[in-house]
Design a protein around this ligand. Structure first.
Ligand SMILES: Nc1ncnc2c1ncn2[C@@H]1O[C@H](COP(=O)(O)OP(=O)(O)O)[C@@H](O)[C@H]1O
Ligand SMILES: [Mg+2]
Length: 275
């Protein structure tokens, strides 16, 4: 049975945007003995050396590990941007281990939302149009695109900013546009690679608050790479990579609440913020 989640009125997000199912501990990600080897001329780089991992629907997972430990390689495979050299990847029930480039592009569009450290917004394009873009590729009609994009913009607290171009928005606001964009195709999974890497600490907490809300209230499955321990503590589970393998995989004992922490931080008017 499906349950439509409702969300606090001030966010402007209704369950209709995503119409998500209640999480039932169904795996969204199943990695089985994944290897990735890069051939660099005569040298082979073993970026991943047998990674097995299950992430269920509704989980919020942080991936940590030293530079070179295999985090980005893992994210590229999870995001169907790259294929494993060996091993199986089942995404949302579908074996995507050996799909062609075009098939992977199609899966990405339908199943995965991406949030990047550098926001990756189109600079000459309004916030609204940036958010509409994935739906344009999906062939969703203009009215529906507009409706969903407005709803997503409200969900990230940016109602009224639809016509602003990225250079008219602060870093935190740009990242919120990127989060809205990642949502609109109703993905099975959102992947975020260092999403707070370019943000100051308060803005980072604001972005984490949005992720926590999407996760808790809409049941969205989230996987986030961070090198900051305090950011990882907003997730429910932390996986640490070392030398291309999983070194540890633990539930967070006391998950931080970004919403609670924001209540105790002084309010900043973001419109006055420097870029
Ligand atoms: N495209 C590539 N070509 C060759 N080697 C790569 C490539 N991408 C990553 N590597 C190597 O694979 C290993 C893991 O890298 P990466 O997944 O980027 O680690 P992290 O994101 O944890 O810093 C490193 O030794 C890195 O140099
Ligand atoms: Mg990396």
């Amino acid at each position: 049975m499906s349950t439509t989640f409702s969300i606090e009125p001030q966010t402007g997000l209704t369950g209709a945007l995503l119409n998500v199912q209640a999480p039932e501990s169904r795996p969204v990600i199943e990695l089985d003995h994944i290897h990735k080897t890069y051939n660099m001329g005569d040298v082979e780089v073993h970026a991943l050396r047998g990674v097995s991992l299950t992430i269920n629907e509704g989980e919020f997972v942080a991936i940590m590990g030293a530079s070179g430990s295999g985090k980005s390689t893992t994210m590229n495979i999870l995001g169907c941007l790259d294929r494993p050299t060996k091993g199986t990847y089942i995404l949302d029930g579908e074996d995507v281990s050996s799909l062609s480039k075009d098939e992977r592009a199609d899966i990405r569009l339908r199943k995965i939302g991406f949030v990047f450290q550098g926001f990756n917004l189109l600079s000459r394009t309004s916030a609204l149009e940036n958010i509409e873009l994935p739906m344009l590729y999906m062939g969703i009609d203009a009215n529906e695109r507009h409706r969903r994009a407005m709803e997503a913009l409200g969900a990230v607290g940016l109602a009224g900013r639809e016509q602003n171009h990225p250079n008219q928005l602060s870093g935190g606001q740009q990242q919120r546009v990127a989060v809205a964009r990642s949502l609109v195709n109703k993905p099975a999974l959102i992947l975020a690679d260092e999403p707070t890497g370019n943000l100051d600490s308060r803005t980072s907490i604001e972005v984490m608050e949005i992720f926590q809300r999407l996760n808790r209230e809409l049941g969205i499955t989230l996987v986030l790479v961070t090198h900051e321990t305090d950011i990882a503590e907003y997730a429910q589970r932390v996986i640490v990579f070392k030398d291309g393998k999983i070194k540890s995989d633990n539930q967070v004992e006391r998950q931080r609440s970004a919403a609670e922490e924001l209540k105790h931080l002084p309010v900043v008017d973001e419109d006055d913020e420097d870029e």
